[in-house]
Design a protein around this ligand. Structure first.
Ligand code: 16G
Ligand code: ZN
Length: 542
């Protein structure tokens, strides 16, 4: 058969066991052709099952350039449905083409997938700028088309969030090209700029340009294209893929957030300026400030602070809306992980917001945020977005339609227009550094705030992250959004005892989902005590 034929061209490497993990499959690129081919099959089956367009993205995000990876976007633009992950694992690890076909037949039967190709059967393919990406994309294409009737559409080099956005847009019957994406972001940005209260319309920051580190990847290129459509904002992009630097090497959001040092291409000349950093596939965003006399250190303005800024703005708009009516039932929820700095959680609670915690990984945060009318989620590492429920957006649309064209209406109507624009600007499929950056920028303009004013919303507690290499990281099992160890027995008690010695101490350990290590996170009132706490707990894990 077609399938047997094509799968015998993609034999999996021996002795490698892959797992779909929090962000799809990731490994050294040389190990991946058969996996990517098989994920092509998976994405086609997912399209067949849902009778909708699905997506397949080839990227290893912030990993080193020699790695690559692959993940599937579901019809709503989100991550692959979790109940298909075991099948993804089984597919990737099937030892031979015969096993593979057996597995597929079994799964097709179990899921009740009808193999007649009627209806939409299309997989959108994208990749980041990694040199291995093109060959892997060809493997994915062959995987997709080995399912009879499935069409693979190669969209070339994209950011991960662009691909997710396009899948979602296609299934909503909207225009879904890259140009449409840029159009939607830039027009909703302009709409928000036009609604800035006049007394604040002169931005009083120290410098009204933002300088962006593109991680030597795809994000910088796309941001330059997007920037051409924005006249209310000057963006200077550094470390773009065409600049010749190595992807994620001393640059990018992951590096900046974890190391808290200036990325290549930045230095003391940038002191005081508003700087931002994207990761390799542009689904993470952090800001930073280079202090004067910095010696290479930065002040990090992380995902928690982006979340806080968004929450503050949205809460203000809701309060304008709410004066009396219908919409005041709107439920605003915030979702964080245990990595959120304790100071950010306190700040959000002081604002009167409902703060929820989930395990690490976008799929968990996203799912939780979708329970609210407006759900804001962010990981400290800069991945996050704002989700609006359809019914809430419907309510906003009904209200804003009544506003006579030309007139901007009352404060309440302006607030509705702003929220509607935010729902279009911010990527509803997945966290998106480009749309996140535009929302940060327009909120700062709206508030008339410099990055310093924003950074002063609260002060991070000193924290330390460590990783511990262990024989078997699956020996550490956690619960309560990864804050409590249930196995090995006794470990949590020992952590509690250690943590109790430190003022404002907080500490947790968890097995990494992407590396063969156990991670330790500690917070305390001083950097020194945070370091000591992290180190002593690391010894407990070892
Ligand atoms: C992946 C996750 C990210 C998470 C990180 C944690 C997605 C799309 N990405 O990159 O959200 O923060 O893993 O890595 O879910 P770790 O498990 O190695 O700490
Ligand atoms: Zn990423």
């Amino acid at each position: 058969s077609l399938l047997l034929n094509s799968s015998s061209r993609f034999i999996p490497p021996q002795g490698v066991k892959l797992s779909y993990g929090t962000a799809g499959f990731r490994a050294d690129a040389s190990l991946l052709p058969s996996t990517v081919f098989r994920v092509g099959i998976l994405a086609a089956l997912r399209s067949l099952k849902t009778r909708s367009v699905t997506g397949l993205m080839i990227t290893a995000s912030h990993n080193q350039v020699s790695d690559n990876g692959v993940k599937v976007a579901d019809p709503n633009g989100g991550m692959l449905s979790q109940h298909w992950e075991p099948f993804a694992d089984a597919l990737a690890n099937a030892p031979s083409p015969q096993h593979l076909i057996l597995l597929i037949n079994e799964f097709v039967e179990k899921e009740g997938i009808s193999m007649d190709g009627a209806g939409t059967l299309e997989v959108l393919l994208g990749r980041d700028t990694r040199p291995s990406g093109d060959a892997l994309l060809q493997a994915a294409k062959q995987g997709v088309t080995s399912i009879v009737g499935a069409v693979a559409t190669d969209l070339g080099i994209l950011t991960t969030p662009q691909l997710h956005w396009m899948v979602r847009a296609r299934n909503k019957g909207m225009k879904a090209s890259e140009q449409d994406y840029f159009e939607q972001l830039s027009s909703s940005f302009r709409c928000l700029v036009d609604l800035i209260p006049t007394e604040k319309s002169k931005f009083n920051g120290v410098n009204d340009k933002v300088v962006v580190d593109g991680a030597n990847g795809v994000g910088g290129v796309k941001l330059k294209d997007l920037g051409k459509l924005l006249n209310a904002l000057a963006i200077e992009v550094r470390n773009s893929s065409e600049d010749g630097g190595v992807l994620n090497d001393g640059v990018g959001a992951d590096y900046v957030q974890k190391e808290k040092v200036v990325p290549h291409g930045f230095g003391s000349k940038d002191a005081g300026i508003r700087c931002a950093s994207l990761d390799g596939d542009a689904d993470r965003l952090v800001y930073f400030i280079v202090p004067p006399e910095s010696s290479g250190r930065i002040d990090l303005v992380d995902g928690d602070k982006i979340l806080s800024l968004f929450a503050l703005f949205i809460r203000e708009q809701l309060s304008f809306l709410n004066e009396k009516e219908d919409i005041n039932q709107a439920r605003l929820g915030v979702v964080q992980t245990a990595y959120a700095n304790g100071a950010s959680t306190n700040y959000l609670k002081q604002l009167g917001l409902e703060v929820n915690f989930t395990p690490t990984g976008v799929k968990y945060l996203h799912e939780k945020a979708a329970e609210f009318d407006i759900g804001i989620y962010f990981e400290a590492n800069g991945h996050g977005t704002v989700l609006f429920s359809e019914s809430f957006v419907g309510g906003l649309e009904a209200r804003t339609n009544k506003i006579a064209s030309g007139s901007k209406g009352s404060e309440r109507e302006k607030a509705a227009l702003r929220l509607l624009a935010v729902s279009k600007l911010i990527n509803q499929a997945v966290g998106d550094a480009l749309s996140g950056l535009l929302l940060v920028e327009v909120i700062l303009q709206h508030m008339g705030w410099s990055i310093h004013r924003w950074n002063d919303l609260y002060h991070d507690l000193p924290s330390r992250q460590l990783k511990v290499k262990v024989a078997d990281r699956t020996a550490v099992v956690t619960t309560n959004a990864e804050t409590v160890v249930v196995s090995p027995p006794g470990l949590q008690e020992a952590i509690n005892e250690e943590t109790a010695r430190y003022p404002q101490g907080r500490c947790f350990v968890r097995p990494s989902g992407t590396e063969d290590v156990v991670r330790v996170y500690a917070e305390a009132s001083t950097q020194e005590t945070a370091d000591t706490l992290a180190n002593s707990v690391a010894r407990l894990v070892d």
